[in-house]
Design a protein around this ligand. Structure first.
Ligand SMILES: Cc1ncc(COP(=O)(O)O)c(C=O)c1O
Length: 456
């Protein structure tokens, strides 16, 4: 295995930072002028992009983004799945333009006929029979967690170390030395000590799940079918079946969040792997970029919820939001699911991700670096560990800020974006083989320079 020379890495990062700064004077100017924004950006995580300031968006279409300095990029970040349908897909733009303009009525508090179509389509894809809409996946998780508590009469959620389900208080937990939940580092403003709301285990560890469920206070196991927010961590054979079985045995609900893992296929991992969640959550991609999200529940969960006549489900009981399910959001979901993220579109997207993964693996092998690459349908991600991590804590330990910054900047300086959070690349219906080949060439060149001996 080739070990990474950290001095060489530092020199390469400095070279790439200088090139980035020189190529983005207008972005830098806008960033420096942004004195009325907390952290100088509209949302603090936008500071996560490599370089000492983010590039500013001018325009985007399909899988191309153009910045205000006039550079156009092949975009594999795709809004961290928010733009998995591609940027401004025509059917979605047409539907929202019609709703906003010709028809009018972006938010009226009245249902539209599109909603039932979307509900039926979500049932076709994911199996759950009854749906409610939200504007974000975070909200879908938050509201569904409340319903899970109501349905079971239990207080806690069981999650996995280094999971991410949006800004959901219950999910920022890692196991402490005795297995009790402790807050993940950096957790901001927790309302109560996390062990009061959460039980936690490691992904792929059924013994830990059973140990935590045995306390009898878990309303729901909340998980992605494969972790995607600390690199991709795939489930080992039998793990997801084990979760289903343990949830049933210990009277907890199984809540599957497919906000990212919809990359697995048109019905997510739930359809591809035959999962049987009691509650299902999705957001981001299904509105083609317009704020949208949804949660689905089984008939049994619906029965348990409605067996509480005192629970206020229509006003201020703690589930729902004024703009959730608005006509614009629902029109966007319908158009995106009907005409953009179709079953057929996934075929090419997955094929391209396979090719992307092959290219990265080839560079890893050629240069003998101790890294791995993992594919999940239309998504792929490389990680600075080999073999690939099998749980969140292992995957967290494989993070390397220096390597990330180098690779992200190397690619961006040559016209390719991957997600600013770790090393994820996603295909959309507009992604072409030539785009993947460009990444393959650049990734190989970046690693070649990293392990090489030519002067930087
Ligand atoms: C699995 C999962 N669930 C939920 C969310 C939250 O999505 P949003 O930020 O759109 O609310 C994310 C965001 O990355 C996610 O990865």
């Amino acid at each position: 295995m080739t070990s990474i020379d950290r001095d060489r890495l530092t020199a390469l990062v400095e070279r790439e930072r200088a090139a980035y700064a020189a190529a983005h004077p207008r972005s830098r100017e806008l960033f420096e002028q942004a004195t009325h924004l907390f952290g100088r950006v509209p949302m603090t995580w936008m500071a996560k992009w490599a370089g000492s300031f983010p590039m500013y968006l001018d325009s985007a279409t399909g899988n191309r983004v153009t910045d205000v300095d006039g550079h156009t990029y092949v975009d594999f970040a795709l809004g961290d799945t928010g733009a998995m349908a591609g940027h401004s897909p025509k059917p979605t733009v047409d539907a929202v333009t019609t709703r906003m303009g010709a028809l009018g009525g972006i938010t009226t508090m009245l249902p539209t006929a599109d909603a039932e179509w979307v509900g039926a389509e979500l049932t076709r894809r994911f199996g759950l029979p009854l749906w409610s809409f939200t504007l974000t996946a975070t909200d879908a998780n938050r509201w569904a967690i409340r319903l899970a508590r109501l349905a079971t009469g239990r207080p806690k959620i069981l999650t996995f170390a280094y999971c991410y389900h949006g800004s959901v208080d219950e999910a920022f937990a890692v196991p402490g030395p005795d297995g009790t939940a402790v807050p993940r580092e950096g957790n901001v403003g927790a309302p109560v000590p996390i062990h009061e709301t959460t039980r936690v285990g490691e992904f792929n560890d059924l013994a830990a799940v059973e140990r935590e469920l045995a306390h009898g206070d878990v309303a729901a196991i909340l998980t992605e079918p494969a972790l995607t927010n600390m690199g991709i961590v795939l489930p080992e054979p039998g793990f997801l079946e084990g979760l289903r079985e343990l949830a049933t045995r210990y009277g907890a609900l199984l809540m599957i969040d497919e906000t990212h893992t919809i990359s697995t296929g048109p019905g997510g991992a739930t359809a591809a792997w035959g999962l049987q969640p009691d509650i299902f959550v999705i957001g981001k991609s299904i509105g083609g970029g317009i704020p949208s999200g949804a949660y689905g529940i089984s008939h049994e969960v619906a029965r348990l919820i409605t067996s509480h006549p005192d629970a206020d489900l229509v006003d201020v009981g703690g589930v729902g939001g004024t703009l959730a399910g608005n006509a614009l959001s629902v029109a966007a979901m319908r158009a995106t699911l009907e005409s953009v993220l179709t079953d057929e579109a996934f075929v090419d997207m997955v094929e391209l991700a396979t090719e992307f993964t092959r290219g990265v693996q080839q560079a890893i092998d050629t240069h003998d670096v101790p890294w791995s690459v993992t594919q999940l349908g239309a998504r792929a991600e490389f990680r600075f560990a080999s073999p690939a991590p099998v749980n969140g804590t292992q995957s967290r330990a494989a993070a390397d800020d220096g390597l990330e910054e180098y690779l992200h900047l190397y690619l961006a300086n040559r016209g390719v974006l991957i997600t600013p959070f770790h090393n994820m690349a996603l295909m959309c219906p507009e992604t072409q083989r030539a785009d993947v080949d460009l990444h393959t060439r650049l990734f190989d060149a970046a690693v070649r320079e990293l392990v090489g001996s030519e002067p930087v």
